[in-house]
Design a protein around this ligand. Structure first.
Ligand SMILES: [Zn+2]
Length: 112
């Protein structure tokens, strides 16, 4: 059994664990394998109201009427967006409905 990963710097397999760290005796590189895994999974996951993972280019449906901030426009439940773009922030979804650019919260939509 060899569950110790090879050194990412010099590819040596002489690595050994020391507490949470893995140490490479050949190049003296030390790293924490759980931290490097975390970095790989670091991309944010945005989920719709049903828990489906949303990605750039998906189209979504509104699950409730939403009043557009600063206007009298109401986006109707069931409205379908153009392909979405995921962004950082409070409103995760940047998209268009009826040629109007809007930001939506993922909890108010479901994947179309
Ligand atoms: Zn090494």
């Amino acid at each position: 059994m060899n569950s110790i990963p090879a050194c990412p710097v010099c590819s040596s397999e002489n690595t050994y664990p020391d507490d949470a760290m893995i140490i490479c005796p050949d190049c003296a590189h030390e790293w924490n394998p759980s931290e490097s895994n975390h970095a790989e999974d670091g991309e944010r996951v945005v989920k719709d109201s049903n828990g489906n993972v949303l990605a750039d280019g998906d189209c979504v449906l509104l699950i409730k009427d939403l009043k557009l901030k600063g206007s009298s426009t109401v986006l109707k439940k069931g409205s379908k967006t153009k392909p979405i773009r995921l962004v950082d922030g409070d409103h995760e979804i940047d998209c268009k409905i009826d040629n109007t650019s809007i930001m939506l919260k993922a909890c108010f939509v479901k994947k179309a």
